[in-house]
Design a protein around this ligand. Structure first.
Ligand code: PMP
Length: 423
């Protein structure tokens, strides 16, 4: 922020002031693409869910099988979690007395942080009020001017924003390309470097090659931060995430990030790390220091979910089986599904139009799936991004597959019609 120099207050630049219409026109322009979809009858962004029960949701009064949820373990709306949230409200109420560093810390916050630390075998943890804010504020606090922050090109937007927001030099390597990562690390050896990757890439569902990344970070002296948003509860024998998946020692990752909004049916985010790092973040990460504490209900719900994840370790296993059933079924039907190893199942189509028609077909047949387009994914890889949750049954996966089977028949028919019409 630059201040207005006092000697320029009387001056001006001679240009006409913008009007309200100028501003509204600018915003309208930004919405053009979405309005085109809507006007063509494909209004699939921001769909309103009226009710939810088990693996189903209600949209426009119609019951649909939910296959786009981040609640990977199917924990949303479990009575014991709702009850934990209610108990927390009864104890602490709904608001916050302010930021954590001043009057906003309840004992429940510290208990949750200690439980997260125990779960990941780290010294301590810090809980922020959102997952997005966790990445943004943590990256910007950990590196600054003169430092380097190096990330995979498919990292989540909150990481990218954190990298840009920090004063460090921001470098990217092609997705999972370890030669490029090594090159960058080699070039800047001896400087403070932070490498950041997603454990599971949110639009692809594939897993970062962590053992090699750790080797490289150690060799070239970089800190490593890993975002476990889509891996917690999902990968690893008992759902503990990427470290368990690769059977790595407790101290393999310097800074472990996670959200409380996916497998954990709450909201918020966290970092688990060594004591010095957690203490540093608690005093310097601006999105923590200057933002209200996570509400008690969310803290209570998150604590209960963490307890369930550790108690019901079969859930991750069950989820794996359902994912394999769905992915194998889709591939047998001829759909292009990239090599996902998580509960994220991308189904690639050739055009945005074809993707929208496919989403419409699925929704008409009682399947709640969503389209994902550029800039969230590359322009030439529009997709349905389906997710599998542990609350689905094998029969429900089969019924979803039969919808996709009918879709492939319809699509090949309309493809033939287009080919014939073109002749
Ligand atoms: N990291 C990743 C990889 C994510 O996918 C998301 C959200 N989709 C976030 C961070 C942000 O978390 P939250 O939605 O809890 O703010």
């Amino acid at each position: 922020g630059r201040r207005v120099p006092s000697n320029s207050l009387a001056g001006g630049n001679g240009r006409a002031a913008l009007t309200q219409a100028d501003y509204l026109g600018f915003f309208q322009e930004g919405l053009q693409r979405f309005h085109q979809f809507r006007d063509a009858g494909h209004d699939y962004f921001g769909t309103v869910i009226e009710r939810q029960e088990g693996s189903h949701v209600w949209v426009d009064g119609r019951k649909m099988l939910m296959m786009a949820s981040y609640s990977y373990l199917g924990l949303i709306n479990r009575p014991e979690i709702n009850q934990a949230a209610e108990e927390a409200i009864a104890l602490y109420g709904t608001g916050a007395h302010g930021v954590r560093l001043l009057a906003g810390t309840f004992d429940a916050h510290r208990q949750l942080e200690q439980e997260i630390a125990k779960f990941f075998h780290s010294d301590d943890a810090i809980v922020y009020s959102s997952g997005f804010m966790t990445n943004l504020a943590t990256v910007a606090a950990l590196v600054g001017k003169g430092d380097f922050v190096i990330g995979d090109e498919l990292n989540h937007a909150s990481i990218v924003d954190g990298c840009q927001f920090s004063a460090a030099t921001f470098l990217m390597f092609s997705h999972n390309n370890m030669e490029e990562l090594e090159q960058l690390l080699k070039e800047h050896r001896g400087r403070r470097m932070l490498v950041i990757v997603d454990a599971v890439y949110s639009m692809e569902g594939d897993i970062a090659p962590l053992p090699r990344i750790i080797e490289l970070c150690r060799e070239y002296g970089a800190m490593l931060m890993v975002d476990e948003a889509h891996s917690l509860g999902v990968i690893g024998k008992t759902g503990k995430g990427i470290q368990e998946h690769f059977d790595l020692p407790d101290d393999a990752i310097d800074i472990k990030m996670g959200t409380l909004s996916k497998s954990i049916a709450s909201c918020g985010g966290f970092i688990a790390a060594r004591q010095e790092i957690i203490d540093f973040l608690k005093h310097t990460a601006r999105g923590f220091v200057f933002s209200a504490a996570l509400p008690a209900a969310q803290v209570g719900a998150a604590r209960k979910c963490l307890e369930i994840i550790q108690r019901e370790t079969h859930l991750a296993d069950r989820l794996r089986g359902l994912c394999d059933q769905f992915v194998n079924g889709l591939r047998q039907l001829g759909f292009e599904v990239p090599p996902t190893e998580s509960a994220v199942v991308p189904i690639i189509f050739s055009t945005e139009q074809e993707t929208l028609e496919a989403v419409g077909f699925c929704r008409d047949h009682g399947l709640f799936v969503v389209p994902v387009f550029y800039p969230a994914v590359p322009m030439d890889k529009p997709r349905i991004r389906a997710t599998v949750t542990a609350s689905l049954t094998e029969d429900e996966i089969d019924s979803a597959l039969s919808v996709f089977q009918a879709l492939s028949t319809t699509q090949s028919q309309s493809h033939m019609e287009r080919v014939l019409a073109a002749k």
